[in-house]
Design a protein around this ligand. Structure first.
Ligand code: KG4
Ligand code: ZN
Length: 357
């Protein structure tokens, strides 16, 4: 099975070709990602209209490169898959429409992939693991704990009631005048800081559900930063270290609860899998390792290039769906919001426009 995957839901324009063998194993033939960070950096965040325009400009060339690098012709494709949401709608329209055009011209099946499902299925491509497993997805737009029990079978065990973790890192960076994207900057600054100088709140600690909340913590950082007024480099490092320490403690607690809920409903998970840009944070990785060890499961973190948004994960999810006969028609709609778990209801306090799904 040869599948072309297209990803345009946020600020990465990406295309990839993967091969799926009959035994269910996968191989990446090409995986091209063009980050738009430079286009958005001077605005301190992703500007949806600029992203959509950039996807239009870049996508054709990136698809052509992905096909060329894979040495595959359009007629050989078993399917073309595109992320049909959730995400910034302008970009989603660009990717899905392009996939439809390719599918129509070459008479190839179309798979409209949920971007979150693609993150969820990635460890099956990278590590060949079996269901069920527990996914911790933490990026700029999502913070979720999900039980993955089969292709298309996802139960959300926890989500954020306000900001996503990556979003909180980005906002803290911005208030401390660190560049965008903030996550790596905050991690770097935190390395030289005192994590005990500021006693920030540990959101949701000890709660019986597995939900996250980041906005109160973010506000606490803002309050301290404005109280100090003139921030020295040491102040910035200490604020970052104290913020990161609070995120770590809260995340570890939320995940322990999530894994306990998993066990109660689905038995022992085969692994705890982390995905999303936040999983690049070394301190968070350390915390995840401890949580997994305590819960007597193994931690799997796909390589960074497959943790963050990419085309291979979309192609792989497309192949997994195609293998089950799950293809889509030309009526497939681009979706700004698309719950992975159709039965999930909004947690109390829900209301943030980006992170709640
Ligand atoms: O998965 P991703 O590349 O894109 C999406 O948001 O979909 O994740 C990007 C997010 C940003 O919010 C970024 O600040 C955060 O992941 N991030 C980090 C680190 N590297 C990236 N957060 C904390 N520590 C990091 N080292
Ligand atoms: Zn993503």
């Amino acid at each position: 099975m040869l599948v072309l995957g297209i990803e345009t839901t946020c600020d990465e324009t990406a295309a990839a070709v993967i091969e799926r063998a009959p035994d269910g194993s996968g191989r990446i033939l090409s995986n091209i990602v063009r980050s738009q960070i430079e286009e958005h950096a001077r605005f301190g965040g992703v500007v949806p209209e600029i992203a959509a325009r950039a996807h239009v400009d870049l996508l054709d060339g990136i698809i052509a490169s992905a096909m060329k690098e894979a040495g595959v012709g359009y007629r050989q494709l078993s399917a073309v898959a595109a992320a049909a949401g959730p995400g910034l709608i302008g970009g989603v329209i660009v990717g899905l429409t392009t996939a439809k055009a390719i599918a129509m011209v070459h008479d190839t099946p179309l798979v409209a992939v949920n971007h979150l499902e693609a993150h969820a299925l990635t460890p099956r491509l990278t590590d060949g693991i079996d269901f069920p497993y527990c996914l911790f997805l933490a990026s700029g737009g999502h913070t979720q704990i999900v039980a993955v029990t089969g292709v298309g079978q996802y139960v959300r065990l926890g989500t954020t009631v306000d900001d996503a973790i990556g979003e909180a890192f980005d906002k803290v960076a911005k208030m401390l005048s660190l560049p965008y994207p903030g996550g790596p900057e905050v991690e770097r600054a935190a390395a030289g800081g005192d994590p005990t100088r500021f006693d920030f709140p540990r959101p949701m600690l000890g709660r019986p559900d597995a939900n996250f909340s980041l906005s109160g913590l973010k506000t606490a950082v803002r309050t301290e930063a404005s109280r100090l007024a003139e921030l020295t480099p040491q102040d910035i490092s200490d604020l970052c270290a104290s913020f990161q320490a609070a995120v770590l403690e809260s995340t570890a607690d939320r995940l322990s609860v999530g894994l306990r809920l998993f066990r109660e409903r689905f038995g022992a998970p085969r692994a705890l899998v982390a995905a999303g840009g936040v999983a690049a944070n070394q301190a968070i990785r350390g915390a995840l390792q401890e949580v997994a060890a305590k819960a007597q499961t193994t931690l799997i973190i796909p390589p960074p290039a497959l943790c963050t948004d990419n085309g291979a994960m979309i192609a792989w999810a497309g192949a997994e769906r195609l293998a089950l006969g799950l293809t889509d028609t030309m009526e497939a709609q681009p979706r700004a919001r698309w719950l992975l778990d159709a039965n999930a209801t909004a947690p109390a306090g829900y209301g943030n426009s980006r992170a709640g799904y």
